[in-house]
Design a protein around this ligand. Structure first.
Ligand code: NCD
Ligand code: ZN
Length: 480
């Protein structure tokens, strides 16, 4: 407690932490949490806010969104994407680099930073691509401000070329000493390209042919190979969109060996299955594919036992005409998710599958810790940014594509019954969404988070055997 008045005190809510929940008031000052405790212990404040009946969660951190800006703004832009995030209780997003231009050098990165700074309603980190021929750009990208690197082991929307294993090893050698994490689209390109070509030649154009082109072994081989290279180099890695039970074995093995490897899955892998292709057709096409329903149980178990660290959405918006071709191979991959993740996951809390604390660990605490933002983000305690999702757990409702705030209003969640609604969303002390309405003047409120990122000290390995070490110029005359 202090004599300086607070800007706002929130009364009556139930605060959700990683291991407990408790009723408490929250005092905010200058965008940060100043105090948490009993109402009478709060400092004087200029305003108060009544959160009676609501749970207050640290805002979700969605580490995998595609906001398409610049280049594909008919699908989404930084303004619509971050508005959708705010409606979903998401207060920080990490945006992917498969835009036009690809974020593979500092000039492209600076261009995207300018766009995001002007348009974002919520805080953001920006990813840069690690490609076959752009490894020399690592220093300038780190300098210009990134949350981490993205490496596409397999082709997906944007058709960013897949680096060879040789380039991947060199990329890990170069990134390891920076301490940044490399997030991997872990699907092995050669396997799925070959299968897709044969499926096309055989005349398959149905939606399930997409799943047939990318069986789980595509991901298993990629996760195992990435873990080997990370172990050798000491690079930190993150496995994006884990879709299969089979991938969990190489992930668990790598964790047991001490590899700095983390993983995410998303609601569509937990809640949709192969039987849903008949209903949704191309709308459900996403990379990696939604798989046989038998994968769901092991994925849930892996979240609960910590093998999978977090939930992220791979929010991948496209226009309706890009999602509805009869020939599955010409349908764009992905669908929006940043706005529906929280209600979908809260529904399983309402169903008794896990606790709100479990959810907060997967949606906020783990992403903040894994990317060095904790305890500034991901937790409700003094000193943290006041990034808050106010949730009404009693509210049962139905998701409707037409009501999404994304520019892409086409998803396999349309008509789905959910329970638990994010009612208000606050980013650094300011309501961006209040009573399910976007607040005026919040465009441009979002800030980049790379400047508050504090990764642990880098731990590169086998540095005497890197390409750089092996090719270092010998000083003339230095040899005996
Ligand atoms: C993503 C996209 O549309 O950008 N699509 C997808 O199917 N997931 C790319 C990706 O994350 O693979
Ligand atoms: Zn991907």
């Amino acid at each position: 407690m202090t004599d300086t008045p607070a800007d706002l005190v929130i009364h009556g809510g139930i605060i959700v932490a990683a291991d407990t929940m408790f009723p408490a008031s929250i005092a905010l000052r200058d965008g940060r949490i100043a105090a948490v405790g009993e109402a009478q212990a709060m400092p004087a404040a200029r305003e108060s806010f009544d959160a009676a009946g609501l749970h207050i969660l640290p805002g979700a951190i969605d580490v995998h969104v595609h906001f398409r800006d610049p280049g594909y703004t008919h699908k989404e832009d930084f303004e619509s994407g971050t508005a959708a995030a705010a409606f979903g209780g998401v207060t920080t997003v990490f945006d992917m680099p498969n835009t036009i231009p690809t974020v593979a050098d500092a000039a492209a990165l600076r261009g995207k930073h300018a766009i995001a700074a002007a348009k974002a309603h919520v805080d953001y980190g920006l990813y840069a691509v690690l490609g076959e021929d752009t490894i020399d750009k690592v220093p300038e990208l780190v300098e210009a401000g990134i949350i981490g690197f993205k490496l596409y082991m397999g082709n997906t929307f944007g058709r960013i070329a897949t680096p060879s294993t040789g380039a991947m090893l060199e990329a890990f050698e170069v990134v390891a000493p920076t301490g940044k994490r490399v997030s991997l689209h872990a699907e092995t390109n050669s396997v799925m390209e070959r299968r897709q070509a044969k499926l096309v030649a055989a005349g398959r154009t149905d939606a399930l042919a997409h799943l047939a082109s990318r069986p789980a072994v595509v991901a298993v081989e990629a996760v195992a190979r990435a873990a080997i290279l990370a172990e050798w180099t000491g690079a930190r890695i993150h496995i994006l969109h884990i879709s299969s039970a089979a991938e969990l074995a190489p992930l668990r093995d790598a964790k047991a060996r001490g590899v700095d490897i983390t993983g995410e899955t998303g609601p569509h892998y937990l809640m949709l299955g192969a039987e849903d292709y008949a209903r949704w057709g191309g709308i459900i096409r996403v990379n990696p594919p939604v798989r046989e329903a038998a994968n769901q149980g092991p994925l849930w178990d892996a979240l609960l036992d910590g093998t999978i660290d977090m939930i992220a959405t791979d929010h991948a918006p496209h226009a309706p005409e890009e999602k509805t071709h009869a020939d599955i191979w010409s349908v764009d991959c992905g669908f929006p998710g940043v706005e529906t993740q929280m209600p979908l996951m809260l529904t399983e809390v309402a169903n008794g599958r896990y606790s709100l604390s479990d959810y907060v660990r997967w949606s906020a605490v783990a992403p903040a810790k894994v990317w060095g933002l904790y305890p500034r983000k991901g937790v409700i305690q003094p000193g943290a940014d006041a990034d808050l999702a106010f949730v009404d757990m009693a509210r049962a409702w139905t998701l409707r594509d037409a009501e999404l705030h994304s520019r892409s209003r086409i998803s396999p969640w349309d008509g789905r019954a959910v329970q638990g609604m994010p009612v208000h969303t606050m980013v650094r002390g300011r309501f961006v969404v209040k009573d399910r309405a976007l607040q005026p003047g919040t465009r441009g409120h979002g800030r980049p988070v790379h400047d508050i990122q504090q990764m642990p000290a880098p731990a590169p390995r086998n540095t005497d055997q890197t390409i750089a070490a092996a090719t270092a110029t010998v000083v003339p005359g230095a040899a005996a």
